[in-house]
Design a protein around this ligand. Structure first.
Ligand SMILES: Nc1ncnc2c1ncn2[C@@H]1O[C@H](COP(=O)(O)OP(=O)(O)O)[C@@H](O)[C@H]1O
Ligand SMILES: [Mg+2]
Length: 314
């Protein structure tokens, strides 16, 4: 890894190896296609095409790319919710690609997923208490301190009223429901939390609060995020590093600032150009202009005898 965060291959990989939590190598996922015409028998379509991903302990690796580029599929493969056609997934140095049964259940304590729509991922007939303790019960694990207190503590952690532990998902707002999803993910003490557009459906102000929560929880617990979002303003706020995906492949990976400031791949440049308000160069210029304006206003206010100052500086 060079100073500006561009991966330079094998040597750098070895040096950083103890920091690596999860490594996916050569991941491929093919889906069958039904076939277009009389002569076509249907083949397969590569949604994920030879993807390498490295997620380090405690970091936030953002996965960005346009809709349909394969982000969710790649994330599901990493979380072992879906079988790869080929490739390997290592977690803490162990090959977890083919885990089955009890071993796979145990792996679920290490990797949790939070989805975009909290309501569709929370059983509407279950109370918060039942929902957030379900992952522990699936794994036949004892609920530390008892179900009641455990749930109350978790609810407090994610900013929900602990007195509402016997309520149902429909009694909460979208932002609150997403907090239930976060609480459920936290319950098992994961080392990696995959957020697949987890804040994308929320209103801007609610989104900001949930992002703050995610950041605080990570700081306190030390887990890593694989964070998928199409909103690059959100990504810039939360990411440590960024992998850019296009048509099933990773086209670029680097430290956040490096990717935003000097994107190497044409596709990344296009992606960033589509959202000019977060172009860092433009941001810098905007902030400098704002500062100059404020200073000019202050000077004018403190020195009314020289009205030309404000005009000069503006
Ligand atoms: N279960 C599936 N069966 C067939 N095709 C799928 C399936 N899941 C995803 N795809 C296709 O794979 C491609 C990548 O999808 P996805 O990973 O959801 O992209 P993204 O999350 O970047 O929007 C899309 O063309 C999508 O239609
Ligand atoms: Mg998706």
């Amino acid at each position: 890894m060079t100073a500006d965060g561009i991966s330079t291959g094998a040597t750098a990989t070895i040096a950083a190896s103890d920091a690596v939590l999860c490594r996916a190598t050569g991941l491929v996922k093919e889906f069958p296609t039904s076939g277009g015409g009389l002569l076509s028998r249907g083949g397969s379509f590569r949604a994920v095409d030879d993807v390498d991903l490295e997620i380090r302990r405690g970091e936030t690796l953002a996965l960005v790319g346009e809709s349909g580029s394969g982000k969710s599929t790649a994330a599901r493969l990493v979380a072992r919710l879906m079988e790869p056609t080929s490739g390997t997934i290592e977690f803490e140095g162990r090959d977890v690609t083919s885990l089955r049964g009890r071993d796979l259940h145990a792996f679920r304590s290490d990797v949790q997923v939070i989805f975009q729509d909290p309501f569709s991922s929370l059983n509407p007939k279950h109370t918060v208490e039942r929902l957030v303790t379900a992952p522990l019960r699936y794994q036949n694990r004892k609920v530390p301190g008892g179900v009641r207190d455990f749930t109350r503590q978790l609810m407090e952690r994610v900013g929900l009223n602990p007195d509402h532990s016997d309520r149902y998902p429909s009694q909460f707002s979208g932002g609150q429901a997403q907090r239930i999803g976060i609480a459920r993910a936290l319950a098992v003490g994961p080392k990696l939390v995959v957020c697949d557009e987890a804040v994308s459906a929320l209103d801007v102000s609610v989104q900001a609060q949930v992002i703050n929560l995610l950041t605080t929880l990570q700081r306190d617990e030390g887990f890593a995020y694989l964070f998928i979002a199409h909103d690059l303003a959100v990504v810039r706020q939360i990411a440590t590093r960024i992998s850019v995906m296009s048509r099933g492949a990773i086209v670029e990976t680097g430290d956040r600032d490096r990717v935003f400031e000097s994107p190497q791949h044409e596709y990344t440049r296009t992606l960033l150009a589509a959202v000019p308000r977060i172009n860092p160069e433009w941001d810098r210029r905007r902030r400098a202009a704002e500062k100059a304006r404020r200073e000019a206003a202050r000077t004018a206010a403190s020195d009314p005898a020289r009205p030309d100052t404000a005009t000069e500086a503006s």
